[in-house]
Design a protein around this ligand. Structure first.
Ligand code: GDP
Ligand code: MG
Length: 177
């Protein structure tokens, strides 16, 4: 390699937030390790996992943080948000209350980060069509009015999980490059 060639490396911190049991830890384990756990307890120990995505021929590494069970409001510390380039705000399409709380999570996110953070609203558990309590359109319009990307996912059957993370990572990449 000649002297004027440099290896570009990208490492982006992304945080996952949202109510307890919406599937945050499983979205992360599905993305980072292609694993799903039907009986996952509150996350303990592991703070983040990494996964690499290729964008425009470059390896972009995402360091994705999970709340470690601190889902009560204001229990998530500012250290958690510090340095984040992106955020996934997750609700459960089969539990209306988790969607009603999105506004509060968004307030919290906004108070801890500037507007350049790539934000995506994620309606998880879209495999639970029979017990759906939040329509696709409701998710879409909320995201539209708040200026968020939007997607419905299933960590259980893998629907859109990779796409959700990829959209956020690509947006961050576009913002910084
Ligand atoms: P967290 O508290 O937000 O981290 O949620 P978890 O990832 O621990 O998931 C909570 C519960 O929901 C667990 O029993 C999971 O197996 C289940 N779960 C997570 N994602 C999905 C999904 O996409 N579909 C279904 N049907 N269940 C899910
Ligand atoms: Mg968890």
């Amino acid at each position: 390699m000649s002297d004027d060639e440099t290896v570009e490396e990208y490492l982006f911190k992304i945080v996952i937030i949202g109510d307890s049991a919406v599937g945050k830890s499983n979205l992360l384990s599905r993305f980072a390790r292609n694993e799903f756990n039907a009986h996952s307890k509150a996350t303990i120990g592991v703070e983040f996992q990494t996964q690499s995505v290729e964008i425009d021929g470059k390896e972009v590494k995402a360091q994705i943080w999970d709340t470690a069970g601190q889902e009560r409001f204001r229990a998530v510390t500012s250290a958690y948000y510090r340095g984040a380039f992106g955020a996934l705000l997750v609700y459960d399409i089969s539990r209306r209350a988790t969607f009603d709380n999105v506004a509060r999570w968004l307030d919290e996110l906004n108070s801890h980060s500037d507007t350049t953070v790539a934000r995506m609203l994620v309606g998880n558990k879209c495999d639970l069509e029979n017990t759906r309590e939040v329509s696709l359109d409701e998710g879409k319009s909320l995201a539209e009015s708040e200026g968020l990307f939007f997607i419905e996912t299933s960590a259980l059957d893998s629907t859109n999980v990779w796409t959700a993370f990829e959209i956020v990572i690509r947006e961050i990449y576009n913002n910084v490059s």
